[in-house]
Every structure is written in structure tokens, then in C-alpha cells.
Write a protein that binds this ligand. Structure first.
Ligand code: NDP
Length: 322
């Protein structure tokens, strides 16, 4: 089968479109014929080596398709099931062997492409807004990269939960998308001091929580945008990892709370995975949340897709279709 293999860490040029053996399932696994694989920023972190993994490997953490083979101990999963998953390396491929207990069924009437588009980013938004900092009416939040894959989903879910949403992004075109998704205000953080503008928009008070996926370049401004005892949710490094800092920085700004969460700790149990995936798939199937597919690429175009994602030239979800 065809797959995107990485033999050494580096730039997009290390993504090799290669022929490898078709996977066969271990006892606890099912082999999924991939209809669509989600492209996520985390794929770039594994490619560059920012997040460690064993070489060589097949890139990609998210996919959906049809089960074509099962191991002896794969539980209820059967050949022919339509399934989706995230958190298992190797979805940039025609087939992937996945632990059966990481698969969730794709509801009847929902296409596998849409399911592939929401497993990672949708469940991230679920845990950020329902568990890490539980949003309710009356809250005001600041969320960066509001026209990105996570961003457009987060804006919609935060509005659904009754929060006031201030978003940031780099261009007017992206700002229009974030507004269309429901953002109450959008700041071009490439042109304006977003912390000063956030303070102005909140009458000097500051926001209840910041969802910061950019990291290094927004870190200080994000802390400065919070109200005393506000919550800083630092959940990504699109602009580089945050530099070491003193906890006294939190005290100075009013006893702030800080967390640095990862989706994989919030879907570690089967129960959490099924609950979060069930909610997310229901939101998109019922139309409560719209999925914005920014662009689709053929499997062989993985390097081009990641180049665009890293260069801030994309909006919404990116998919690879083998
Ligand atoms: P996005 O579609 O949001 O793409 C990244 C966006 O970040 C860009 O479009 C850009 O938006 C913004 N950005 C700001 N500075 C930079 C920079 N220097 N280089 C590149 N991009 C920059 O990607 P995803 O939706 O896939 O992921 C968003 C973030 O969320 C990532 O940091 C990812 O790691 C994180 N994440 C974390 C998870 C967790 O559980 N911790 C799970 C899922 C995602 P603009 O042009 O508007 O500035």
C-alpha cells in the first residue's frame, strides 16, 4: 500500500510517499481502509521531532473509513463497520491497524470524511470547553488562531455554550471566517496589540479564560488579557514552544491559573472517548456545529499540505484522501 513515511526528522521534504506492506491486525486491532485522514498541526511536531517518536513511522493521527480485517480479540468491531479514530500514529496511508478500543462507530447518515475531520480537533474543543475550563453563559473568552481548524470549531462551541468570544487571527479574510462562525469580536494580532484590545473590549476587566494554541509569540499577551484569577489554557505551539517562565508571573497578574493540557489525557479511558466522540459527531450530524473543510489533498501531496499549514496559508480543516 501507499503511505507517507518519515525516516528522519526535518522539514516537509522528509515526508516520503512510499510503498510499504499492508498492515495485518494484532489480536486487539482492526485494519481500517482509510477514506480520509485529518491533517493536524501535531503531525508537524512529530515530523520535526518537537514531539518524540520512534523512527521510521507513518505520519498522521486521525482517520476514518471501513474495517477490512479484525484480530481475534477485537471485541465488537466487525469487518464492514464504518469507524473513526484519533491518537494512533499512521493515518497518512491507504490502510491502518488501530487498537479496536480506540475506534468509534460513524453514525448512519454521516459520511466518513466528515467524521475524519472532527475526531481530533472536535474532541479537543470538547474537552477544552467542557472539562479544562467549563464554559457557561456570562463567560468571556479569548481564543487565538480563530479561523484555524480548532479555532473555527471552538468559536462555534463556545457560542453554543453561551460565552462571549473574542478571537484573533492574521488576516481580514480569516477574520471574516471567524465572525461568520460566531465570534463576537476579532482582533488582527499581526497588526494590533491584542492584549490592549482585549482589555478595551472587556471594559478593562480582562477575560475569564484564554485558549492559546500559538504558544511562544502570544504567551505574554495572553497572560495580560486575563482577569485576576482567570485561566490560561496553553494548548499548542503553532508559533513555537513557550519559553521557561517564573510562576511569579501568574501571581503578578492576579493569581492566574495555568494548565497545559493534551487531548490524549482527556480521552484516555474508553468511556471518555465514546462520550466526547459521541457528542462531537452528534453536533456535526445535527448541524449544531459546521465543519469547515479548508482544502483536500491527495495522499501524495502531504508535504504540500503541511507546508501550507505551517505557513499560515490555511483555514479550517485539512484532509488527505488516499
Ligand atoms: P490551525 O488550523 O489552527 O493552524 C495553525 C494556525 O496558527 C495558523 O493558521 C495561524 O493562524 C496560527 N499561527 C500563529 N502563529 C503561527 C506561526 N508562527 N506558524 C504557524 N501558524 C501560526 O491548526 P490546528 O487546528 O491543527 O491546531 C491548532 C493548534 O492547536 C496547534 O498549536 C495544535 O498543536 C494545537 N492542538 C492542541 C491539542 C491539545 O490537545 N493540546 C489538540 C489539537 C490541536 P493565523 O494565520 O490566523 O495566525
Amino acid at each position: 500500500m501507499k503511505a507517507i513515511r518519515i525516516h528522519e526528522h526535518g522539514g516537509p521534504e522528509v515526508l516520503q510517499y512510499a510503498d510499504i506492506l499492508d498492515p495485518t491486525p494484532q489480536a486487539h486491532e482492526a485494519v481500517v481502509k482509510i477514506d480520509a485522514a485529518g491533517i493536524n498541526f501535531i503531525d508537524i511536531y512529530f515530523r520535526t521531532g518537537l514531539y518524540p517518536t520512534k523512527l521510521p513511522f507513518t505520519n498522521g493521527q486521525e482517520g476514518a473509513g471501513t474495517v477490512v480485517a479484525v484480530g481475534a480479540d477485537a471485541g465488537d468491531v466487525k469487518v464492514g463497520d464504518r469507524v473513526a479514530y484519533t491518537g494512533v500514529q499512521g493515518s497518512y496511508a491507504e490502510y491502518a491497524a488501530v487498537p479496536a478500543d480506540r475506534l468509534v462507530p460513524v453514525p448512519e447518515g454521516l459520511d466518513t470524511k466528515t467524521a475524519a475531520a472532527v475526531m481530533l480537533q472536535g474532541m479537543t474543543v470538547h474537552y477544552l470547553t467542557h472539562s479544562t475550563f467549563k464554559l457557561r453563559p456570562g463567560h468571556t473568552i479569548l481564543t487565538h488562531a480563530a479561523a484555524g481548524g480548532v479555532g473555527l470549531f471552538l468559536v462555534q462551541v463556545a457560542k453554543m455554550l453561551g460565552a462571549r468570544v473574542i478571537g484573533t487571527c492574521s488576516t481580514e479574510e480569516k477574520a471574516a471566517r471567524a465572525r461568520a462562525a460566531g465570534a463576537d469580536a476579532v482582533i488582527l494580532y499581526t497588526e494590533q496589540d491584542f492584549a490592549a484590545e482585549t482589555k478595551r473590549l472587556t471594559g478593562g476587566r480582562g477575560v475569564d479564560a484564554v485558549y492559546d494554541s500559538v504558544g511562544k509569540t502570544t504567551w505574554e499577551g495572553s497572560l495580560n488579557s486575563l482577569k485576576p484569577r482567570g485561566t490560561m489554557v496553553s494548548f499548542g505551539n503553532a508559533g513555537g514552544p513557550v519559553a521557561p517562565f517564573s510562576p511569579l508571573e501568574l501571581t503578578k497578574r492576579g493569581s492566574l491559573f495555568l494548565t497545559r493540557p493534551s487531548l490524549f489525557h482527556y480521552i484516555a479511558s474508553r468511556e471518555d472517548l465514546v462520550r466526547r466522540a459521541g457528542d462531537v459527531l452528534d453536533w456535526v450530524q445535527s448541524g449544531k456545529v459546521k465543519v469547515h473543510i479548508g482544502e483536500e489533498f491527495a495522499l501524495a501531496q502531504a508535504a504540500e499540505a503541511q507546508t501550507k499549514l505551517a505557513a499560515r496559508q490555511t483555514s479550517g480543516k485539512l484532509l488527505l484522501t488516499p
